[in-house]
Design a protein around this ligand. Structure first.
Ligand SMILES: *[C@@H]1O[C@H](CO)[C@@H](O)[C@H](O)[C@H]1NC(C)=O
Ligand SMILES: *[C@@H]1O[C@H](CO)[C@@H](O)[C@H](O)[C@H]1NC(C)=O
Ligand SMILES: *[C@@H]1O[C@H](CO)[C@@H](O)[C@H](O)[C@H]1NC(C)=O
Length: 106
């Protein structure tokens, strides 16, 4: 949850697509947040599906703390202020990675 909140801090979410990502009582369980999926066995985040959410900003390195991540989809956003983060290579069990049309700076 801390890693996801740190990740959200780096993002510019003008359309409030990540409104459910918060500390409020009704949002206590980050596994219920939009685009966040947890393992039913470990409770750890295994999938982050936030493609096409009009997001801008930068990708926080805190994301690497989600070491159980198997699926990461950041496609169709606008990350023109960041490069593709190197730390994605440290997500050891990642199986699906979609950065298409995410407009990363190069
Ligand atoms: C966890 O279980 C629910 C309900 O059976 C299912 O919809 C969901 O896809 C499962 N989560 C994962 C990551 O497999
Ligand atoms: C990623 O998200 C986009 C937008 O929702 C979707 O079209 C695409 O199929 C997804 N990619 C993968 C690999 O699931
Ligand atoms: C992407 O974001 C930058 C600022 O971060 C902005 O200048 C640019 O117009 C945006 N591009 C699109 C296609 O929205």
């Amino acid at each position: 949850m801390q890693a996801l909140l740190a990740f959200k801090l780096g993002l510019v979410d003008d359309d409030n697509r990540l409104l459910s990502w918060g500390r409020e009582v009704q949002n206590k369980d980050c596994c219920q947040w939009d685009g966040v999926y947890c393992s039913n066995h470990t409770g750890h985040v295994v999938k982050l599906d936030i493609g096409d959410q009009s997001l801008q900003g930068t990708i926080s390195p805190k994301l690497v703390e989600l070491q159980d991540l198997e699926y990461l989809n950041l496609s169709f956003n606008n990350f023109s202020r960041s490069q593709i983060p190197n730390f994605i290579g440290s997500l050891k069990i990642l199986r699906y990675l979609d950065l298409s049309s995410a407009k990363f700076w190069r």
